[in-house]
Write a protein that binds this ligand. Structure first.
Ligand SMILES: Nc1nc2c(ncn2[C@@H]2O[C@H](COP(=O)(O)OP(=O)(O)OP(=O)(O)O)[C@@H](O)[C@H]2O)c(=O)[nH]1
Length: 383
């Protein structure tokens, strides 16, 4: 393999990828990771170019200190972009700590920039640690595409390993380092570094496509007004619950706002919408986060309360009715005096299928309506 050709090829690819990422950023300025990653590619290209200029008569400050800082900046910018995909909270305090650490690293590099060997060790160590952090950050990623995240994590760890090997090689052959502060045997680690950086740059845009896909999937599953699961997603989740290996018994609940048509007619649709939203908020607040809640119709909601007995479910339902009556007398300054009716059934998932359970809960709801509304009815699933 002809090293200069590989280096030039890698720099050209990184330049193109950097330009491409910047175009993506211009298209979607909200996704700032594109800008960070485009700067990362450019930083790598600039750093690599300065390193390539070392044999020429250019101030060592640029070809060593500035070049190495740029090479280190590349993975740091990758890390900064990845923060957008993880559950890591980038608080002001953490940002200050990160900047302090960066400043400290720059000072350390500056103080040793006339000693190529020490500079090479520090840079390789810092790049290796940064790639380890990238892999850790991906562990907490919001992207739920295991194959892709594992691959990228693997590349980061491989990259870190390459850089740590580089450190070992330098220390091992300390007496015979060349003018770049590197042993001749480090040519393969350098090559791996260049190729892995190029491969990472090519993979990064994929993360954004996955994020967009996730966003669109979430959007298609949510009801726009209440942000609860929409009808289709609710029923899909219920079906999936039944398909689990050994689903626990559960309670299926149907909830409907009483005389909603009158509210719409009297106060208008905007107030009606606010009422639908207010009931949804109350339900989300009162039910547990592992319960499945959805808006399955105009003013109709459903919930699957997992691992709950009949008596507790009845108590919860009655409390919901009382709270709606008490807390939602006014919505958007209109005296709507909301009430809800509830129908519920206890389901033993090993005996009852979900279609019969839904039918029974629906019938229980209509019993509540017939009984005068603002009522809870406990039904039974027919076998
Ligand atoms: N504002 C608003 N109204 C809606 C929405 N979806 C459905 N509706 C209205 O909700 C009303 C539902 O009325 P009905 O099904 O007759 O029920 P109800 O008046 O609540 O009477 P009961 O359920 O028998 O107590 C209809 O007038 C629909 O137009 C929505 O998203 N926003």
């Amino acid at each position: 393999m002809h090293l200069p050709t590989v280096v030039i090829l890698a720099l050209v690819i990184n330049l193109i990828v950097g330009f491409y990422l910047y175009l993506l950023y211009r298209r979607k300025p909200k996704d700032r990771c594109f800008r960070l990653w485009s700067f990362s590619s450019i930083s790598f290209v600039l750093g690599g170019t300065l390193v390539a200029l070392r044999p020429y008569d250019i101030a060592a400050f640029f070809t060593f200190f500035v070049a190495d800082c740029l090479l280190l900046l590349a993975p740091i910018l990758v890390l900064a972009g990845l923060i957008q995909f993880s559950r890591f909270r980038y608080t002001r305090r953490r940002r200050q700590q990160a900047f302090a650490l960066l400043a400290l690293t720059a000072v350390a590099l500056l103080s040793v920039h006339q000693h190529p060997g020490i500079l090479s060790v520090l840079i390789a160590l810092a790049i290796g640690i940064t790639f380890c952090l990238c892999a850790i950050l991906l562990q907490k990623s919001v992207i739920t595409e295991p194959t892709f995240t594992r691959t990228l994590q693997g590349i980061f760890l491989l990259h870190a390993l390459t850089m740590f090997t580089q450190v070992m090689l330098i220390l091992w052959q300390w007496q015979s380092l060349n003018s770049n502060g590197l042993p001749e045997s480090s040519v393969y680690t350098l090559l791996s570094h260049i190729l892995l950086t190029t491969f990472t740059a090519l993979l990064l845009p994929w993360l954004c496509f996955l994020k967009l896909e996730r966003k669109l999937t979430l959007k298609s599953q949510r009801d726009g007004l209440t942000k609860l699961a929409n009808r289709e997603h609710f029923f899909n989740q219920v079906e999936r619950y039944w398909q689990q290996q050994r689903p626990l018994p559960a309670v299926l609940m149907m909830i409907d706002i009483d005389f909603f048509k009158k509210i719409n007619d009297k106060f208008g649709h905007a107030v009606g919408d606010s009422a639908i939203k207010a009931v949804a908020q109350l339900l989300s607040k009162q039910l547990r986060c592992n319960d499945i809640i959805g808006r399955i119709g105009g003013e109709e909601y459903a919930a699957l309360l997992i691992d709950l007995d009949e008596a507790t479910a009845l108590k919860i339902s009655q409390r919901l009715c009382e709270q709606v009556e008490k807390q939602l007398q006014f919505v958007a300054d209109a005296k709507v005096e909301l009430t809800i009716s509830i129908g519920l059934v206890y389901v033993d998932t090993s005996q009852h299928d979900y279609v019969s359970a839904l039918k029974a809960a629906d019938e229980a709801l209509y019993s509540s309506k017939r009984a005068g509304r603002n009522t809870v009815t406990l039904g039974a699933v027919g076998l």
